[in-house]
Design a protein around this ligand. Structure first.
Ligand code: ACM
Length: 532
């Protein structure tokens, strides 16, 4: 299948698509699947208007988005009486990808055609980028006539943000979503709970925001520094339900699904500080102030654990209408389960041979709860241990192996291996000029080399790889400036890998086009690392 895709791509490229560096001057990121030059050029000025066909409720919003973009980025103020028209057209063209679009610029006419409003939105992003590199004069902005036929390679184009280790306010979350949006990515994975802080308002359990959302102090410097020092300052915060709903709506308007992550059974010490009865020992526990993996986890033997999680997940489902809920599942030490009579009783009663199978039992019960709520469960690749829950989606992070095994077992996967997708890693080898990071080394080019479908996956199972994701863990990221610096421009590389046809990926071309992307970052007031 991959060979056929390559031959097809190669043959149509013969007739003039954006292979290698041909259209780099347009500065388009991610690179479109096909660009054809039409003869002539078009001048965009105030003497244009936007029309749309039909009654889809999003079309008016898309028109407003384009109007605002033209106004604020390009100083073009449209005029409703004009005869020159940008048409937004929702069609039903079988040859187009569900999120794909056709952008046709032809003299005094610009059409953006797609099967879905998402596609129109992406076409608008591309037109914006073309205007950036257009020629400005007192007549307006001159752009070349061209036709772009485009659509993403992968359905899951995600960015993650850990707000448990450090808390980021709603205005930054919106900015982060803006970055996701300009990259034609479509998933915001919001990692909302951690050992060091719980960030979600839950009406049934007020102590989650009174107690679990705050830690006594925070580590100064790196975990490995000796002796360890702490800052002595209470730290924390949480999002109200209204704020989270506002974020969901903000993301929806940008065709981004918010996937909340509620960690279990591990990374749950903050919950246990407020509700110690849900732990194996009964406590007392504190919200963690040190990074790493903690032994206190939800007790899998007590029914009250599942009652608590069910109530929490019902409220979480109500805030986040998307299809998916991420339940973590990673890094759950089994020490307490081994020592605790109730966990051991559960294992005997359920015929479970070891604690990995107890974890699997835990995740399967949670999957049952989520399915009743109409949701699908996603978990990190540790959920493979002891047996996968029947409909689970696996997010592979400890390499690609977890993803490969899950695909072999017929499960869908998201690839985000530390090797290519951990944006908390250093961006320079010697680390000398870089701010403190967790470790590792992940420069831009390495992100660009990421291939979410490894050779080990048979072609008839490739479709089970939904896509990939960049992850930002924030142990060492306490400010929004630093968060931006860690994700930009690595997000741009990830976006292109997940959107553009594999045969078109070319790092030299990407670097050329990044000059325009840096210009866009500047326009957004972003902090970023500039690669030469
Ligand atoms: C992870 O990085 N613990 C998923």
């Amino acid at each position: 299948m991959r060979i056929i895709t390559f031959i097809l791509s190669f043959s149509f490229c013969f007739f003039g698509c954006a292979l290698n560096t041909d259209f780099d001057y347009l500065g388009l990121i991610p690179k479109p699947a096909l660009i054809e030059r039409n003869s002539g050029e078009t001048i965009l000025d105030d003497d244009w208007t936007i029309k749309h066909n039909g009654s889809h409720p999003d079309l008016e919003n898309l028109k407003n988005t384009l109007t605002q973009n033209l106004n604020s980025f390009h100083e073009i103020k449209l005029n409703d009486d004009s005869e020159k028209i940008i048409s937004l057209i929702i069609s039903s063209d079988d040859s187009l990808n569900t999120e794909g679009y056709v952008l046709n610029i032809f003299n005094d006419e610009i059409n953006i055609l797609a099967n879905s409003p998402n596609g129109i939105y992406y076409g608008i992003q591309t037109l914006n980028q073309i205007l950036d590199s257009g020629q400005k004069s007192n007549k307006g902005i001159t752009i070349l006539n061209m036709k772009i036929v485009d659509g993403p390679r992968f359905k899951w184009r995600g960015m993650h943000l850990d707000v448990g280790r450090h808390f980021f306010d709603i205005s930054f979350i919106k900015k982060y979503i803006d970055y996701i949006a300009i990259h034609k990515m479509n998933i915001f994975h919001w990692h909302l709970t951690e050992d060091q802080g719980w960030r979600v308002e839950i009406d049934s359990y007020p102590k989650l925001t009174e107690v679990s959302a705050f830690r006594d102090e925070t580590l100064i410097g790196h975990y490995r520094d000796e002796p360890r020092k702490f800052d002595g300052k209470k730290y924390g915060g949480y999002y109200t339900k209204d704020e989270m709903k506002e974020i969901v709506e903000y993301a929806r308007k940008r065709y981004i699904t918010v996937v909340p992550e509620i960690e279990m059974p591990g990374h749950s010490r903050a919950v246990l500080a407020a509700y110690p009865e849900l732990s194996c020992t009964g406590g007392p526990h504190t919200v963690a102030k040190l990074w790493g993996v903690h032994k206190e986890v939800f007790c899998a033997g007590k029914e009250s654990t599942f009652e608590f999680l069910e109530k929490v997940l019902i409220e979480v489902s109500d805030i986040f209408p998307g299809e998916y809920i991420h339940i973590g599942g990673d890094e759950c030490p089994k020490d307490r389960w081994k020592e605790h009579e109730l966990d051991q009783q559960r294992m005997r009663k359920e015929g479970l041979d070891n604690e990995n199978e107890l974890q699997s039992y835990f995740i399967k019960r949670i999957e049952g709860i989520l399915n009743k709520l109409g949701k699908r469960l996603i978990g990190w690749d540790e959920i493979l241990e002891g047996g996968l829950a029947p409909g689970a989606i696996v997010q592979s992070w400890r390499g690609m192996e977890g993803g490969i095994s899950a695909v072999d077992a017929g499960h869908e996967v998201i690839m985000s291996p530390t090797s290519h997708a951990y944006f908390d890693y250093y961006q320079s080898k010697d680390r000398l000029d870089e701010p403190l990071a967790i470790g590792g080394y992940l420069p831009l080019e390495k992100v660009y080399q990421f291939e979410p479908v490894p050779e080990e996956i048979d072609s008839d199972k490739e479709h089970l790889v939904l896509g990939g994701q960049g992850n930002l863990w924030t142990e060492y990221i306490s400010s929004s400036d630093k968060a931006e610096y860690m994700v930009l421009p690595r997000m741009s590389a990830m976006a292109e890998v997940l959107w553009s046809p594999r045969v078109l990926l070319n790092y030299r071309s990407f670097s050329n086009r990044m000059n325009w992307q840096y210009f866009r970052y500047d326009r957004m007031g972003a902090k970023y690392k500039k690669y030469n």
